[in-house]
Ligand binder design. Structure first.
Ligand code: SF4
Length: 87
């Protein structure tokens, strides 16, 4: 069964990057190089579920994240990221 994209959300460089909780950075360590992670730390999305700016790495680790293509996140829109990630 494939997961359907409900929202296409633009990724943008944040003027004031959101803090990323340690648990999220640790979880993503294996999935991208340190340089890419450092760059992605400064990016955000305007999450349609949280209805606010969310750091891209939090979005990347979110249960609704499907993929990132050409600077856009395909979001399943089923579940927002855990509240404790939104610091
Ligand atoms: S994947 Fe999660 S954080 Fe990203 S836009 Fe969708 S609900 Fe928001």
């Amino acid at each position: 069964m494939s997961i359907e994209t409900k929202y296409v959300v633009k990724v943008y460089p944040s003027p004031k990057p959101k803090r990323i909780p340690k648990i999220v950075s640790q979880e993503l360590k294996g999935s991208a190089g340190p340089k890419a992670i450092a760059r992605m730390k400064k990016e955000s999305v305007d999450c349609p579920l949280v209805k606010a700016e969310v750091g891209f790495l939090v979005c990347f680790a979110c249960p609704s994240f499907i993929r990132r293509v050409s600077g856009e996140v395909h979001c399943a829109g089923v579940q927002p990221p855990p509240k404790e990630w939104l610091i």
